[in-house]
Design a protein around this ligand. Structure first.
Ligand SMILES: Cc1cc2nc3c(=O)[nH]c(=O)nc-3n(C[C@H](O)[C@H](O)[C@H](O)COP(=O)(O)OP(=O)(O)OC[C@H]3O[C@@H](n4cnc5c(N)ncnc54)[C@H](O)[C@@H]3O)c2cc1C
Ligand code: SF4
Ligand code: SF4
Length: 510
């Protein structure tokens, strides 16, 4: 064969084919039953999404200009597309096959694009709701987990009553995450759509104070506890009670609820997670002259998203790694932090090198405000601790499949079970719990996710052009650090369509 007229082999198509062949081989060898095989035949991105969002499906719908269908397809699995489009940690993107060619798809940003387009147009949006079943479920906590559970239960025809201690719904999405990352208006629009299917949110109802846990148990057929991790650990060093030493989550919560208080000129933030980065960026916006994050490991070991760290640094936040505070100094108010320099020892269980204090390395950092953001934990003051099985971290022990605690009819999920985690796992838990509660109450455990949506196919002929992600617009750091305006303005239509066309459609047989 001379090879004349043959087309050059396409490495990307070969890569996808190999992946599919592997899968088909697996299905053949294991004699998978019909239906199960189809479920297995999903793209790596969808597989990596805790809520199972059909990613290639909604990307194909964007490429076809069918934004409303794309939005509906996402909402089948996740009632918070605009929220997740902004703050999801997007595990889907790290599994995106396109990453092997140039860059993973901007899966989260494209979700934001469809949600923003729909919410901006304010077109009437109505989810399909089944007739009433005459049974009710009480949900404790109006965070993403509780609201998602209520949403799917209400759509199945249950009365879903959510009890929330704060004057506003949304949990950490409202109280913790600052406006410049997630505008309150956007979040409240999505919560309104959840209420629209019949979920009743009772604000200012703290369970254990305004209403008892037993009242909820006797008044409802089942309970879902989704109270998150509301309590902050102390660092455990002298001087923590001095004036000017704040707790990170409380600081963010106060700012989000509009409380006014004096901001220091030289602010030191202690910690390396989301709360620390958000607190530092908020302090800059509130007028602090100098904001420094002190972290005991290396900057690359910080658990916060690297993009958030980069954005904070662009806004003028300084990160000092390998430092541990040992004492807050001052008479009434904090004036300095006594610190030790750290050196790196052996690798620990987290896969990072353990920080060890360097002898004789004590020094002081002058400051007039400290925000300590080390970690959060859950507590369940409204439950008799002798009655319920808890882990040693205070989180619920639940059955992996049914999500039920050792108390009959009491289910739990989100951060109160996992410990501090992320929004998408809390959402996925809420959804799974709705299905488990339905089963417990005599249903099939099949959620009502509305009508099927036809998804455009893909063809082998599709030309694959190497191209990195299409850009989005960001506010200039020197401008945005003076206000709470949203930092990223998202995709415009042309770039969204072009970006979605980069998808390789790993969900299709070729
Ligand atoms: C500062 C910060 C930034 C974060 N940033 C991100 C991010 O960018 N991306 C991401 O994916 N995740 C982020 N997270 C984590 C994410 O917000 C949480 O994992 C998620 O909100 C957990 O959801 P949940 O529903 O389990 O609990 P929560 O969101 O904590 O909601 C629990 C709700 O229960 C209520 N409640 C508690 N006790 C009672 C009671 N006794 N009676 C009635 N109501 C009660 C609380 O007031 C709260 O509204 C962040 C967390 C923090 C702290
Ligand atoms: S919800 Fe998060 S994990 Fe799921 S597809 Fe969207 S960005 Fe990815
Ligand atoms: S290329 Fe498309 S289908 Fe494949 S993993 Fe990435 S987003 Fe998913």
């Amino acid at each position: 064969m001379c090879g004349l007229g043959q087309t050059a082999p396409n490495p990307v198509l070969n890569m996808i084919r190999n992946f599919r062949e592997e899968f088909e081989e697996h299905i053949k060898n294991r004699h998978c039953r019909a239906g199960v095989c189809a479920d297995l035949f999903i793209s790596p991105c969808q597989n990596a999404c805790p809520a199972g969002v059909n990613v290639p499906g909604y990307l194909a719908l964007i490429a076809a200009g069918r934004v409303r269908d794309a939005y509906n397809l996402v909402r089948k699995e996740n009632p918070f597309p605009a929220v997740c489009g902004r703050v999801c940690t997007h595990p889907c993107e790290s599994k995106c096959r396109r990453g092997q060619l140039d860059e993973p798809l901007s899966i989260a940003d494209l979700k934001r694009y469809v949600a923003d387009t729909m919410l901006k147009n304010e077109e009437p949006y109505m989810d399909l709701v089944f007739p009433k079943r005459g049974k009710s479920v009480a949900i404790i906590g109006a965070g993403p987990s509780g609201l998602t559970c209520g949403y799917y239960l209400a759509r199945l025809g249950y009365d879903a009553d959510v009890y929330e201690s704060k004057p506003v719904a949304g949990g950490i999405l409202t109280l913790g995450i600052p406006e410049y990352r997630l505008p309150k208006k956007v979040l409240q629009q999505e919560i309104k759509l959840i209420e629209q299917v019949g979920v009743k949110i009772h604000l200012n109802h703290e369970v254990g104070k305004d209403i008892t846990f037993d009242q909820l148990r006797t008044g409802h057929d089942a309970l879902y506890v989704a109270t998150g991790t509301q309590f902050s650990h102390k660092i455990g060093i002298p001087g923590e009670n001095l004036q000017g030493v704040y707790n990170g989550l409380q600081f963010l919560c106060d700012v989000n609820l509009g409380k006014k208080f004096p901001i220091g000129k030289k602010v030191a933030v202690i910690g390396g997670g989301n709360t620390a980065i958000d607190a530092a960026r908020v302090a800059i916006r509130l007028g602090a002259e100098e904001v420094t994050i002190l972290y005991r490991r290396l900057q690359e070991d910080m658990p916060a998203d690297w993009r958030e760290i980069r954005d904070a640094i662009d806004e003028g936040v300084q990160v000092i790694p390998l430092i541990a505070p040992v004492k807050f100094v001052g008479n009434d108010s904090v004036t300095a932090i006594e610190c030790l320099r750290m050196e790196l020892g052996e690798f620990d269980a987290s896969g990072r090198r353990k920080p060890i204090a360097a002898p004789g390395s004590e020094f002081r950092i002058i400051t007039d405000m400290v925000i300590s953001a080390v970690s959060q934990y859950s507590d369940l003051p409204f439950i008799d601790k002798d009655e319920v099985e808890l882990t040693r971290w205070g989180t619920f022990v639940t059955d992996r499949d049914t999500m039920m605690t050792n108390m009959k009819g009491v289910f739990a999920g989100g951060d109160v079970v996992r410990g501090s985690d992320v929004a998408i796992t809390a959402i996925a838990d809420g959804k799974k719990a709705a299905s488990a509660i339905d089963k417990y109450l005599g249903g099939q455990g099949v959620l009502n996710t509305g009508e099927e949506i036809e998804i455009p196919g893909s063809s082998d002929e599709k030309e694959i052009i190497e191209h990195e992600r299409f850009p989005m617009k960001f506010l200039d750091p020197n401008i945005r650090k003076n206000n709470f305006e949203e930092v990223c303005s998202g995709f415009h239509k042309l770039n969204a369509i072009a970006e979605s066309m980069r998808c390789l459609r790993c969900d299709r047989r070729v």
